[in-house]
Design a protein around this ligand. Sequence first.
Ligand SMILES: [Zn+2]
Length: 236
Amino acid sequence: MDNEFKPALIIVDLQEDFCPPNGALAVAEGRSIAPTINNLLRLPFVKKIATKDFHPPDHVSFASNHLEPHNKPFTSFVTIPNPNNPNETHTSRLWPIHCVQGTPGAELIPELNTSLVDLVIEKGQDSRVEMYSAFEAPFRHPIVKEASSKLAQSLREAGVTDVFVVGLAMDYCVQSTAIDAVAEGFKTYVISEATRAVDSSEQSWRKTEKECDNAGVKFIALAGEELAKVRSMQDV
Ligand SMILES: [Zn+2]
């Protein structure tokens, strides 16, 4: 057997505000992936982590925190500087108010079997920066330490080699989390049937898949060999 295979499952942002029918930023069919994810949670992943988008009310990603005319949810963009280096900037889309700390919209959906989750990571708590990735804000020169989660550290402490990413939304937080997982040195997969996109068009899905592929993230199917390897750990 392969002693070097230690898989982790990361469930990204399966929260009320990202799900129909009442979510402020609902992803079509977002709630429908919960049963598939609950089945994955029963597999012998060495670490099972759920993330939560968890913003203060003055968060930079809320369109309502910006001035006219550049304050339209979904269509306006903002250029955000690295708080520790104004020369590094990142242009980011603005959103409706969502996942505010302490509100019902920030809760994990009740369909998710959280009794099988080992750790919940809250992200996006620094009002100055957007944070799609569950690892880091999108700055590198330097990394914004105040915004970093302890996710990479938790995975390393558990000896994780491979990371399987699922959840919402495929074209934002799932993509960024998966790409950062590769950067942190993990073999990384996105499970196609267990994620949904903000832009669910075929064209957008292909674009995201291509960007992930270029970064070393592999899209896989539930029935593929990668998850068969996880399932086979139950038999040893
Ligand atoms: Zn957010």
